[in-house]
Design a binder for this molecule. Structure first.
Ligand code: PSV
Ligand code: MN
Length: 388
């Protein structure tokens, strides 16, 4: 059995980045629901993210989304984050909310629109320089809705050329993380629909371009842990956008719909060196929860990743390897299921207390008075959120 001290040490090294947009109002295309106390500025989002870190101890980074988190002075924003015990993480680009992007951004048939999109991506790298962020996460809404609408291969060529311009601009320790999603908003073709397309583009770009796996961006039934294992083997897994889905890109709290899948993914991560700092996998949340309270739902997601990680670390890999080598199918499967079925909550409560944290971050947050305080203080101004 794995040594509990080693499991605890590995848990202490875990870092989960939370998304600035997870703290704002969100909804579906039918309705955006407003909540009391939701941040009105990037600084207030950082204050909320700092609370998640305060109660979990493992969420010290906050991903930004540009232009949603646009400010005049990024160095000052970074300093504000540090004062609250967190730091700015991945910069997410946005080439999907401008009228010019109706037919695409970096794949658009018009070179002027492509230039505009590339300029935005270059601006994101400038911001990374100012914030000290290492990763530019690119998710593209590009695609077509009808057969014949545009040339599939020409769009790949435009994509490659646009990304190459951005890649050239990266500093030595900066990366492009190219995210894929199989559909939405485009319904016929999507220009980066799957890990293979992202991998091909990243291969052409070079070592500083890697694939992001958003757990909600696959067709139902896709074996995501297989993709994760292959990308780790190829040294091309740049990071995760964790969330949960029942149907498509539901963006629910990670681990809520299918905790077993999350465990299986994290088992492949653990087994294939994905938790080693030198592998440099960014563990990010990408959730837009609409009906539940913002901060505790992010805390819950962080805890769900942590629980699945603890279970993955408990897999008896020696016993698993021996069973696999001897073709003992039932024992191999039993080793995996034993780890998954272990209740790790007491272990995590103990670990938190050893770290000087409350045993239960959700109840500790509820008792902290922060939610009441922001509801009372954040009155007036415009709450951050999707459009409405
Ligand atoms: C797209 O659905 C996505 O997953 C991308 O990561 C974006 O950056 C994020 O959602 C927020 O729109
Ligand atoms: Mn995502």
């Amino acid at each position: 059995m794995p040594d509990i001290a080693a499991v605890k040490a590995a848990l202490a090294n875990q870092r989960i980045e939370t998304p600035s947009w997870g703290y704002g109002n969100s909804g579906t295309r039918f309705k955006v629901f407003a909540q009391a106390g939701v941040p009105r500025t990037p600084r207030e989002k950082l204050e909320d993210a700092a609370k998640v870190h305060e109660f979990t101890g493992i969420a010290p980074k906050v991903a930004l989304h540009i232009p949603w988190d646009k400010v005049d002075d990024y160095a000052a924003l970074s300093a504000y984050a540090k004062e609250r015990g967190v730091e700015l993480g991945t910069v997410n680009s946005n080439t999907f909310q401008d009228d010019d992007y109706k037919l695409g951004s970096v794949c658009h048939p018009d070179p002027a629109v492509r230039r505009k999109a590339v300029d935005h991506l270059l601006e994101c790298v400038d911001i990374m320089d100012a914030t000290g962020s290492k990763d530019l996460k690119i998710w593209l809404a590009d695609g077509t809705n009808y057969p014949g609408q545009d040339d599939i291969v020409a769009r790949q060529d435009r994509l490659a050329e646009s990304l190459a311009t951005v890649y050239e601009r990266l500093g030595d320790d900066q990366r492009i993380l190219l995210e894929y999603k199989f559909f939405e908003p485009a319904f016929y073709t999507t220009d980066v629909p799957d890990w293979g397309t992202s991998y091909m583009q990243c291969m052409n770009l070079g070592d500083k371009a890697q694939v992001v796996v958003d757990t909600g961006h696959h067709a139902p039934g896709t074996n995501i842990e297989f993709i994760v294992a292959l990308l780790l083997r190829a040294k091309k897994l740049g990071g995760f956008d964790f969330n949960s889905r029942f149907y498509a890109d539901d963006d629910l709290m990670v681990g809520s719909a299918d905790p077993f899948q999350l465990f299986r993914i994290l088992h492949e991560v653990a087994k294939n060196g994905g938790f080693d700092p030198e592998t440099n996998v960014a563990f990010m949340l990408d959730q837009c929860h609409n009906i539940e309270a913002k901060i505790p739902a992010v805390i819950r997601s962080v805890m769900n990743v942590q629980e699945a990680t603890a279970k993955a670390l408990l897999v008896d890999r020696e016993a698993l390897g021996a069973a696999q080598a001897s073709g003992d199918v039932l024992t191999a499967n039993a080793v995996i299921m034993d780890a998954y079925n272990t209740d790790v909550r007491p272990l995590l409560a103990e670990w938190r207390e050893e770290q000087g944290l409350a045993a239960n971050p959700v109840t500790a947050y509820a008792a902290s008075g922060w939610q009441e305080r922001i509801a009372a203080e954040r009155v007036g101004g415009e709450q951050a959120g999707w459009g409405a």
